[in-house]
Design a protein around this ligand. Structure first.
Ligand SMILES: C[S@@+](CC[C@H](N)C(=O)[O-])C[C@H]1O[C@@H](n2cnc3c(N)ncnc32)[C@H](O)[C@@H]1O
Length: 414
């Protein structure tokens, strides 16, 4: 791929930790067959290396002033409205005790805080609640533990949850877009995988401030797919007419999302899976016109598409293929309840009423105007409001299944 970042100021100087991370990646490449690793392995180390990865260090910079922000950073409403949906799920299921909410990828813990404060207002629900956080980054886990110390929350890895044990809801906001992905490119109608190797071009290698050795830098090479699962994935989502695609078409495949969903389905005994993220159906995701995929990097408010700079200092993300989650979920025993857009979902849960209340105020203050602006951002169909919301379920009775979830009810247009 040609990374044209000439308009952007994207290079930070290389610090000790970044230099160390590049050396670790280069060592992994040197030890690998053909001296190359899959893009997915590269992305996993850049984001989640336990010591130097983006999400593992203090470099992780989320929020309005950070590299990027999510719905969670726009105030408490997002969590409060999600709580309305969780409360109804609990009621539909006959108020089980305990009712587990398993938040996966909880960032700084703000969403958990908003949800827990809101549930606290309903003492029956609060007493029934078992709140679990699954968080890969130990730095963020520590921040969550500090922020949530007043609340009965427990932390664990997804794999540690016993099979068939959770009665409640697994949920996530912008988790799946943060999973490492495989990248592919089409050459003569054949699928080739994109690998990462070290650059031998001296120009590319910068000398780190803390080491006399040049910091390794990375380039792409393509080759035979590392696993048959890449073509199996495309079959799953119905993308098999590769002749319809232009030569050089490239995109991503999120095998980690299928692996994750398989574990979630296995751990859920009875209840729901709620996934909020930006993304599309497979037919839009793999539209021949979207010929360069969806990978984006975020570094100090700037968005660009070069994952080989600012290694360990920038977020790398891709859109979510919701068709894959639906179809893979089905094969793992979780059924689609519905799919909607975040804007519609939040409106159905009461965001419209909140906006109307703010509009009745005669003398709007600066804070009030800001709050109104935040709510509009949650709804904006070209921004957060256009995110996908997928709900799946497992193990519910027929009577429970047919009860419409509030967030999925489409307002009457007449
Ligand atoms: C883009 S951030 C979103 C954070 C938060 N949900 C929000 O909306 O602000 C992604 C989060 O998922 C976590 N994460 C990524 N992969 C994970 C995994 N396999 N298991 C648990 N957490 C993971 C990251 O450490 C981070 O907390």
């Amino acid at each position: 791929m040609n990374f044209d970042n000439s308009q952007l100021k994207l290079h930070s100087s290389v610090d000790h930790s970044q230099h160390a991370l590049c050396e670790i990646i280069a060592d992994r490449i040197a030890a690998s067959p053909h001296r190359r690793i899959t893009f997915s392995e590269y992305m996993d180390m850049a984001l989640y290396h336990p010591k130097h990865g983006y999400y593992s260090t203090k470099a992780v910079n989320l929020g309005q002033q950070g590299d990027f922000f999510t719905s969670v950073h726009l105030g408490g409403e997002f969590g409060e409205l999600l709580m309305v949906q969780f409360l109804q799920m609990w009621e539909i299921m006959g108020r089980p005790v305990p009712f587990s909410l398993v938040e996966m990828g909880a960032g700084q813990g703000f969403l958990a805080l908003d949800i827990l404060k809101s549930i606290q207002q309903n003492s029956d629900f609060f007493k029934a609640l078992n709140y679990i956080i699954v968080e890969k980054s130990s730095a963020l886990r520590q921040e969550q533990q500090q922020r949530l110390q007043e609340f009965p929350v427990s932390w664990c890895d997804l794999e540690e949850i016993p099979s068939n044990s959770i009665v409640g809801c697994f949920f996530s906001n912008e988790l799946v877009d943060a999973f490492p992905v495989h990248q592919f490119i089409l050459k003569d109608e054949q699928l080739q995988e994109i690998y990462v190797t070290t650059s031998t071009d001296g120009e590319e290698n910068k000398v780190s401030a803390s080491s006399s050795r040049p910091t390794p830098s990375f380039v792409e090479v393509s080759g035979e797919p590392s696993t048959i699962q890449l073509t199996q994935y495309l079959d799953l989502v119905g993308i098999n007419a590769l002749s319809a695609y232009p030569d050089g078409f490239r995109s991503e495949i999120n095998l980690a999302a299928l692996h994750w969903l398989g574990i979630v389905a296995n751990r859920l005994q009875r209840g729901y899976v709620l996934t909020i993220d930006y993304g599309y159906s497979a037919s839009r995701y793999y539209n021949p016109r979207r010929s360069q995929g969806t990978l984006q990097c975020y570094y100090q408010h700037q968005r660009h598409n070069n994952p080989y700079i600012n290694v360990g200092r920038q977020d790398i993300t891709t859109h979510v293929d919701f068709t894959a989650l639906e179809r893979w979920g089905q094969s793992c025993g979780i059924d689609k309840v519905g799919f909607t857009q975040q804007g519609l979902f939040l409106m159905a849960l009461g965001l419209g009423e909140r906006l109307a209340m703010l509009s009745y105020t005669e003398q709007p203050t600066f804070q009030l105007l800001r709050r109104r602006d935040s709510l509009h951002q949650l709804l904006d169909p070209l921004g957060l409001g256009g995110f996908g919301v997928l709900v799946q379920n497992k193990g519910l009775t027929k009577t429970e299944t047919i009860q419409p979830l509030k967030g999925l009810i489409v307002p009457d247009q007449t």
